[in-house]
Design a protein around this ligand. Structure first.
Ligand code: GTP
Ligand code: MG
Length: 137
């Protein structure tokens, strides 16, 4: 098995979808290795999304991601990164497949309910951005 990193984004947490989203994640066969509720400062959101700093939406993204509580998690499953990105669906909810988490809960391309790491390497980096080794079970 291997691991991926996810966070339920501020819109979905504020709208009370945390439980429903976790239910879909566990039903899809992912085991929760680490979980908490926290809030990013704009600076820390900027660090997390530093790869996007040249993109036109970077400022808006950092403001949005620091606008409310988030629920970061480390998840474990065979083929975790690819399977999780399939479960959440396309970045833009208008293009997300039926039955995906973003199709159900995303409001816009920015407020798209949930994050999923795009590689094993980034999953490890992003998991360690939020969790100490002693919090990963
Ligand atoms: P993440 O799992 O959150 O990384 O999404 P992704 O991998 O599907 O998309 P990407 O890494 O390209 O973009 C990161 C995040 O930036 C997205 O999830 C959106 O929240 C936001 N984003 C991406 N494209 C746009 C855009 O064109 N406009 C705005 N406002 N936000 C965007
Ligand atoms: Mg991404």
């Amino acid at each position: 098995t291997n691991r991926t990193f996810t966070m339920i984004k501020p819109d979905a947490v504020a709208d009370g979808h945390t439980g429903a989203i976790i239910q879909l994640i566990e039903a899809a066969g992912f085991r929760i290795v680490a979980i908490k509720k926290t809030q990013l400062s704009a600076d820390r959101a900027g660090q997390f999304y530093a790869v996007h700093q040249e993109r036109p939406f970077y400022g808006d993204l950092c403001q949005y991601m620091s606008s409310g509580a988030i629920v970061p998690m480390i998840l474990e499953k065979e083929n975790a990164v690819a399977d999780f990105r399939a479960l959440i669906g396309a970045t833009n909810p208008e293009q997300a497949a039926e039955g995906t988490i973003r199709k159900k809960f995303a409001k816009s391309v920015q407020a798209n309910a949930i994050h999923g790491s795009d590689s094993d390497e980034n999953a490890a980096i992003e998991g360690s951005f939020f969790f100490a080794d002693l919090e990963k079970f």
